[in-house]
Design a protein around this ligand. Structure first.
Ligand SMILES: Nc1ncnc2c1ncn2[C@@H]1O[C@H](COP(=O)(O)OP(=O)(O)O)[C@@H](O)[C@H]1O
Ligand SMILES: [Mg+2]
Length: 381
């Protein structure tokens, strides 16, 4: 995805991740260093992606066993309260009470798993990031101690939660979770590499940017398809979808390594946002900038609203500011709204319980002088 700053490249990635229920990871290309140098190597992307996959599969699996676990917990508590040999009617009576939360404030002694707090992760000298890779020391420690139990006194309400957690851990088949997570990541995983243009070497700078070119070179096998060892198993990357994005205002896509260009064959160009796009951005999303601003002021007890002419004018001035100062796309809307509401926000304590309608005239009064004075607007908007 090629497009100027502020057109919503990162926003698209963020929305995409919510829409597709697939393991999704967004990374900044600039955060990585060539294999062998100190820093994060690109295989970390896959190790992080599988963590996302494991979380997704674990959540789904947990939901599917929750009912059974809940049922077991109630039985366990009844056992403690009345004993296993109690009359069936007595047990039923207690079950009902427990299910209706009637006994939640009573005390009870329960036995729960005694998991030690995770051991600090230790970097293996000479292999930065290795503790995240094939094996994980804190995991090893946890496994060794996992079977220990401890008895604690707590309320029944609290006991239900603690025992449920233990039950879920016990019922959860982690090997199956890991295997399913690997399948999910291999077939549906999406990696979004932001700021790819920042790891381009421009022709004239060759030499000083070896490491950046190294990162591009390291990305090649990952995108083409390779096997990455992780602590859950080996992940094949052939079918993982890679999306790269960048503004490319200094470097060009053709400055990327030719092999990398070949591996990102579909190019989408995003057009700069127009004034009418700004109006849509301000009004259409469920949690748009205006509802956010309104919500923020509401926490201070001030009720504000924007009339539609004011919204049109905010969009217009954002466009003007973008063309005069620097085109920062929809980010300009943030700065304008911030400035517009600055005084109201500052005076909020005096405005409690008042409702204020932001009109076109207010937008003109507050924003237009700043947009007109170029050197001023550079600092303020
Ligand atoms: N099409 C859009 N709809 C809603 N909000 C948008 C849109 N485009 C940009 N924005 C907002 O503008 C800001 C900058 O967008 P971003 O995605 O970070 O731009 P970039 O293309 O530089 O990655 C974000 O706060 C985002 O919410
Ligand atoms: Mg971005």
């Amino acid at each position: 995805m090629i497009g100027p700053t502020g057109v919503g490249k990162t926003e698209i990635a963020r929305r995409l991740s919510k829409l597709v229920n697939a393991p999704f990871l967004k990374v900044e290309a600039t955060k990585f260093t060539e294999v062998g140098y100190v820093g994060r190597d690109v295989e970390q992307i896959i190790r992080d992606l599988i963590e996302v996959g494991v979380r997704i599969v674990k959540d789904i699996s947990k939901k599917s066993i929750e009912e059974t676990a809940q049922h077991n917990v109630i039985n366990m508590i009844v056992d403690i309260l009345v004993g296993e040999s109690a009359l069936p009617e007595t047990r039923e009576k207690f079950k009902k009470k427990l299910e209706n939360q009637e006994l939640d404030s009573k005390d009870i002694d329960i036995e729960i798993n005694d998991t030690p707090s995770p051991a600090p992760s230790i970097d293996i000298p000479g292999m930065p990031g290795a503790q995240m890779g094939m094996f994980n020391l804190s995991d090893l420690f946890q496994k060794t101690f996992a079977s220990k139990k401890k008895t604690i006194k707590t309320t029944i309400g609290e006991a239900k939660k603690l025992l449920l957690q233990d039950q879920i851990d016990e019922l959860l088949d982690m090997d199956a979770v890991h295997q399913n997570a690997i399948d999910l990541v291999q077939n549906h995983g999406i990696v979004f590499i932001d700021e790819i243009d920042k790891i381009c070497t421009r022709q004239q700078h060759k030499g000083s940017d070896v490491s950046r070119e190294g990162v591009q070179r390291d990305l090649l096998p990952l995108i083409e398809g390779t096997s990455v060892p992780t602590k859950y198993g080996v992940i094949k990357t052939e079918h993982i979808l890679f999306i790269a994005s960048g503004a490319f205002h200094i470097s060009k896509p053709s400055d990327l390594l030719p092999e990398l260009q070949g591996r990102l064959p579909i190019r989408v160009e995003l057009q700069p946002l127009s004034q009418s796009d700004f109006v849509k951005i301000l009004t259409e999303p469920e949690h748009n900038l205006l509802t956010q601003a309104i919500g923020l002021l509401k926490t201070e007890g001030v009720v504000v609203s924007f009339d539609s002419e004011a919204i049109d004018h905010i969009a217009r001035l954002a466009t003007v500011a973008n063309s005069r100062i620097e085109n920062i796309g929809a980010r300009r809307l943030h700065t304008i709204i911030e400035k517009l509401l600055e005084d109201i926000s500052f005076n909020a304590p005096d405005l409690i319980d008042k409702s204020i309608v932001i009109t076109k005239d207010m937008v003109i009064d507050i924003i237009e002088p700043i947009v007109k004075k170029q050197d001023l607007s550079q600092f303020i908007l």
